[in-house]
Design a protein around this ligand. Structure first.
Ligand code: NAP
Length: 283
């Protein structure tokens, strides 16, 4: 049975936040953009929670430029760690729960099977370390949702980059040694709403299914767009020129075990949702 919850969504103009806002009933959700609420400012966070008195804050706000985080450690920490810490501090006064959106980057990517929620974390980048600190700020009653490889129709993401390159006929190179679950913000938002409604607590992996490398993901997109798959060539991470400042997990595959354990159906295989999203992007 669904239990309507009043939610406040931070980072409201981001790609996941935009779909979350659409998935919740209008009367139940308020989304605040970065301009309206800076999660790194405790006083502003307290004022927002006092004003809206939500049952749940969904914190999508983050410094998401993984490579820039390496050179902007203080800023990354104040948003990715300080933001969740401020939300929890303010939530204690308003009896609000917090849902922290986290990432596959909390793992080092060396495991030879998909990661389950209880596997050891070992982030290898500033982004991953600061996002893990954000997880560690959560209390027993809060919720952590780790997702990966997010793409949606709002904001910029790799899917949009591939579509643009495919349409221009430009040759592309993608790594074939980083594997993950591409995840679509609309599907992820639907599962997050279910978790909020059943008042779940703890850590959940929420991704679409179907592990692929970035190269295989690009190939799948090209095939669906009716473009020759030879437009993309595989390379290794070592061959990336210039090399990326932040280390990426080779294995980013998140097993959605905890969702299944509580009887929820994980988001579908990415190949099921991709055609619809491509149609939306290409029309
Ligand atoms: N993208 C991925 O592949 C991926 C994978 C796994 C997990 N995640 C996590 O999923 C969440 C959503 O990601 P996304 O791809 O939707 O990100 P996104 O599109 O980059 O959105 C993040 C939003 O946070 C806002 N923001 C930045 N600093 C803020 C601050 N101090 N206070 C309030 N808002 C702030 C940004 O606003 P401005 O742009 O105006 O600064 C932006 O609107 C993030 O927590 C991210 O760490 C993402």
């Amino acid at each position: 049975m669904s239990n309507r919850q009043k939610v406040l969504i931070t980072g409201g103009h981001g790609q996941l936040a935009t779909d979350l806002t659409q998935v919740f009933n209008k009367a139940d959700a308020v989304a605040l953009s970065h301009e309206q609420l800076d999660v790194s400012q405790l006083h502003d966070v307290e004022a927002a929670l006092q004003h809206y008195k939500p049952n749940m804050v969904i914190n999508t706000a983050a410094f998401t430029d993984v490579d820039r985080c390496e050179d902007h450690v203080t800023e990354a920490r104040s948003i990715n760690s300080g933001g969740p810490e401020n939300l929890v501090a303010a939530a204690k006064r308003t009896n609000t729960r917090v849902l922290q959106i986290s990432t596959d980057y909390v793992f080092d990517g060396t495991l030879e099977r998909p990661y389950i929620e209880s596997d050891d974390t070992n982030p290898q980048s500033t982004y991953g370390r600061t996002k893990l600190e954000g997880e560690q700020a959560m209390r027993e009653q809060d919720l952590i949702v780790r997702t990966s490889w997010l793409c949606g129709s709002h904001g910029s993401n790799i899917l949009k980059t591939i579509v643009g390159l495919a349409q221009s006929g430009h040759p592309m190179k993608f790594v074939n040694d980083q594997v993950g679950h591409p995840s679509f913000t609309r599907d992820i938002a639907i599962t997050i709403k279910q978790l909020v409604e059943i008042e779940a607590r703890g850590t959940f992996h929420v991704t679409n299914q179907g592990p692929v490398s970035w190269y295989e993901f690009a190939q799948t997109i090209l095939e669906l767009m009716g473009r020759p798959s030879r437009q993309v060539s595989p390379i290794t991470t070592e061959q990336l020129d210039p090399p990326r400042p932040a280390s990426r997990p080779a294995n980013s595959v998140l097993n959605n075990k905890a969702l299944v354990d509580i009887g929820l159906t994980p988001p579908p295989d990415f190949r099921e949702s991709l055609p619809l999203l491509l149609k939306e992007l290409c029309d």
